[in-house]
Design a protein around this ligand. Structure first.
Ligand code: CP
Length: 311
């Protein structure tokens, strides 16, 4: 199996068939992750560079583990501790990485669209690990994979995505993927935290959390991105939490077996209460485990290895 597109910048770079193949392979990868010795030689001899211009815990470490579990050499570069801090441009950093022989570059960048510059500058395959407020395609893959594991299908499932839609690259990638797979997608948040052409997203839009939650199969809460907020987008954290935060009482509006999801990192007590985050309905920790499996499956597809489950 392979992926036609050289790079994964938006989730729409993948065909539906490629998405399903990644999900199928992620199941085999989970089996490897659960072994005592988590090592297969699938990507031996391949070099993966994690180039992070923004902070990350989950995405960066899961790409690193995914590459290492499959035998690749993985190098992490953080903007703050690299020559970027001395003023090196993205193009020059890209050329330097290319000269070292990278096969895959995984990048997170605060500027939406920065990955197009990188992808044009290098022959290596580029994976978007989050760009500004644009997309986070591997997060959407792991989220949809997690829903599939529990619900068996995406088609017809009501998925409520609640919170700061305006700044959320997670929401943008999930909306595309969930729509493509036939979900009934609802987005909910304050009008000031909705994108300008929200009606073009092809989803149900509401400012009323009760409508979004009613009979939902999946409730996906988004982080309030305090680092990207301009002042005045909502009156106060307290008011936001009261109107758009998820607590046990509000969750009762959703189906009894509704999944509670959050991409992390969470602002506990703001967009989600601690008891909901830790309830039996929460699959937040599973999302993290599935993040490693999905990124293994993606690196396998983009790095050109073969799964050798017996190794
Ligand atoms: N969900 C997510 O992207 O988390 P990190 O910022 O920790 O990578």
């Amino acid at each position: 199996m392979g992926i036609n597109s050289k790079d994964l910048i938006s989730l729409s770079d993948l065909s539906i068939q490629e998405i399903h193949e990644i999900f199928t392979n992620a199941k085999s990868m989970k089996e490897i992750i659960n072994r005592e010795i988590k090592k297969v030689p699938t990507l031996r001899g391949k070099a993966i560079i994690n180039l992070f211009y923004e902070n990350s815990t989950r995405t960066r470490s899961s790409f690193e583990l995914a590459g290492k579990y499959m035998g690749a050499d993985v190098i992490n570069i953080s903007a703050s501790s690299s020559s970027v801090a001395k003023g090196e441009s993205l193009r020059d950093t890209a050329k330097t990485i290319e000269s070292m022989g990278a096969d895959v570059v995984v990048m997170r960048h605060p500027a939406s669209g920065a990955h197009h510059i990188l992808a044009q500058a290098v022959k290596a395959r580029v994976i978007n690990a989050g760009d500004g407020t644009h997309e986070h395609p591997t997060q959407a893959l792991l989220d949809i994979f997690t829903i599939l594991e529990h619900k068996g299908t995406i088609r017809g499932k009501k998925v409520a995505i609640i919170g700061d839609i305006l700044h959320s690259r997670v929401a943008r990638s999930n909306i595309w993927g969930l729509n493509a797979l036939g979900a009934d997608v609802w987005i909910c948040g304050p009008p000031t935290l909705m994108p300008s052409q929200v009606d073009k997203l092809g989803v149900n839009v509401t400012w009323d959390i009760q409508k979004a939650l009613k009979d939902a199969d999946v409730v996906m809460m988004l982080r309030i991105q305090l680092e990207r907020q301009k002042s005045g987008l909502f009156p106060s954290i307290r008011e936001y939490s009261k109107l758009f935060g998820l607590n046990k009482n509000k969750l009762k509006l959703a189906k009894e077996d509704a999944l509670v999801m959050h991409p992390g990192p969470m602002n506990r007590g703001v967009e989600i209460t601690a008891d909901v985050a830790e309830s039996y309905q929460s699959v937040i920790e599973e999302q993290v485990t599935n993040g490693v499996a999905i990124r293994m499956a993606l690196l396998y597809a983009m790095g050109g290895g073969k799964i050798n489950a017996s190794a």
